[in-house]
Design a protein around this ligand. Structure first.
Ligand SMILES: Nc1ncnc2c1ncn2[C@@H]1O[C@H](COP(=O)(O)OP(=O)(O)OP(=O)(O)O)[C@@H](O)[C@H]1O
Ligand SMILES: [Mg+2]
Length: 394
């Protein structure tokens, strides 16, 4: 497209002359004999450059220049001024003219100056494009930054969670070392106490009262020993031998073992197993321990009756068992602590039950979650992969 130029001059001869010269140089030329009409033409035709006469009736060149600069800031203006008016020229440049040409002008000079203004305009337009591109790129970078920040925040959260898990497994392994050592150290003297108490009891057989005292000692020793065995169970993986375990059968067996207690406490059982076999590869003793501990906790919460829910669902890769009760629930402030070893709210509790459950579930690559609302009871959901270590429990 040819460069479009508008010439505004009240002298017809100047219009004709400049049109002729500029057209012969390949410009597209529009003309106007007044500033008012010229402004309308600019609005309509959007010429790149305007050649504007300074001395005109009605609206003079300076006023027209100011209006053009204000209304069409992208339009370049070259002023015609009479010779000997350099001061005016300075004023015009200050008002935003790109250049000025003294009248009468020389053809070559006219063309060169116009060409120069077009050149400047092209450079400025290219500059503007670069600036726009820069803005666009900055915007893009900003977008990437935000995305990056979002991902970093996401990863940090994941890391935080992983750290929490690590902390918990550290707690569990500390418990392992501690309890193994403790059990070892304590069970030996305990054994001696038991032996000597038995010897004492025999030598006191003629004195029933002292005999009863010796029996008390023996009972207490047994209690301590039980506790130590529990502690050992809680901390180490003793006899891991994976085999096919039918979960439905296993749950039924655990429930059978609790039958007398369920009846005594008038607890109703709601059993709901998804149809079909649900066999997992696992150590039956470990899996049994998970549900024995969960059921023991649930029953503890319902001394005056209630409902015990045992529900089982499965998909291609996992089996989930939910154990729920209608007890008093876990207060929100305890929810984060119940899986901690030693955490208990019971006078005779050890606080190992759930930590053992968690350790076993973790060993299989499974997951355990708890939901509890005050007064609404508690539900533990245990997800286990069909194969130990396989994923699938989210
Ligand atoms: N079903 C439940 N309803 C309400 N609170 C529960 C339930 N299960 C566990 N808790 C809370 O979690 C605590 C820890 O349970 P965990 O089984 O680890 O130990 P414990 O039952 O106190 O002791 P232990 O299992 O050695 O007899 C309990 O003391 C109790 O406060
Ligand atoms: Mg318990």
């Amino acid at each position: 497209m040819a460069d479009r130029i508008l010439v505004i001059d009240d002298e017809k001869i100047i219009l004709e002359l400049t049109s002729m010269i500029l057209r012969s140089r390949g410009f597209e030329v529009l003309t106007s004999r007044s500033a008012v009409e010229g402004l309308e033409l600019i609005a309509r035709e959007q010429p790149a450059v305007v050649l504007l006469d300074y001395m005109m009736p009605v609206m003079d060149g300076l006023t027209a220049l100011k209006q053009i600069r204000e209304r069409f800031p992208g339009t370049y203006v070259i002023m015609f001024t009479g010779k000997g008016s350099e001061e005016i020229a300075v004023e015009l440049m200050k008002a935003g003219a790109s250049d000025y040409i003294l009248k009468p002008f020389n053809n070559q000079d006219l063309v060169e100056r116009i060409a120069k203004v077009f050149k400047i305009r092209r450079i400025e337009l290219a500059n503007q494009e670069l600036r726009d591109e820069r803005e666009r790129l900055l915007g893009e970078i900003e977008g990437w930054n935000q995305e990056l920040e979002r991902r970093v925040a996401e990863k940090s959260l994941e890391l935080e969670r992983a750290q929490m898990e690590l902390l918990l497994s550290e707690k569990l392994s500390t418990l392992g070392h501690l309890s193994a050592g403790l059990a070892h150290e304590v069970r030996n003297p305990l054994n001696s106490i038991s032996l000597f108490a038995q010897v004492l009891k025999q030598s006191l057989s003629s004195d029933p009262e002292s005999c009863a005292h010796a029996d008390k000692i023996l009972t207490e020793v047994d209690r301590i020993d039980d506790l130590l065995i529990k502690l050992l169970d809680a901390s180490k993986r003793s006899r891991f031998s994976p085999q096919q375990v039918d979960l439905a059968q296993l749950l039924d067996r655990v429930l059978d073992e609790f039958a007398p207690q369920l009846a005594a406490q008038k607890v109703e059982v709601e059993r709901n197993y998804q149809a079909g076999v649900s066999v997992i590869q696992a150590d039956p003793a470990e899996i049994k321990q998970i549900f024995t501990n969960l059921l023991a906790n649930a029953l503890y919460e319902m001394p005056q009756g209630g409902r015990l829910g045992v529900r089982m669902n499965k998909d291609e890769r996992t089996v989930s068992v939910a154990v729920s009760d209608t007890g008093k629930g876990v207060p929100p402030e305890n929810l984060g602590k119940i899986f901690d070893p030693f955490f208990t709210t019971k006078t005779k509790g050890t606080g190992f039950g759930l930590s053992v459950v968690l350790r076993i579930v973790r060993n299989y690559g499974g997951k355990i979650t708890v939901e509890s609302r005050k007064g609404d009871g508690t539900a533990f959901n245990v997800c286990l992969p069909l194969e130990p270590g396989a994923d699938g429990c989210q």
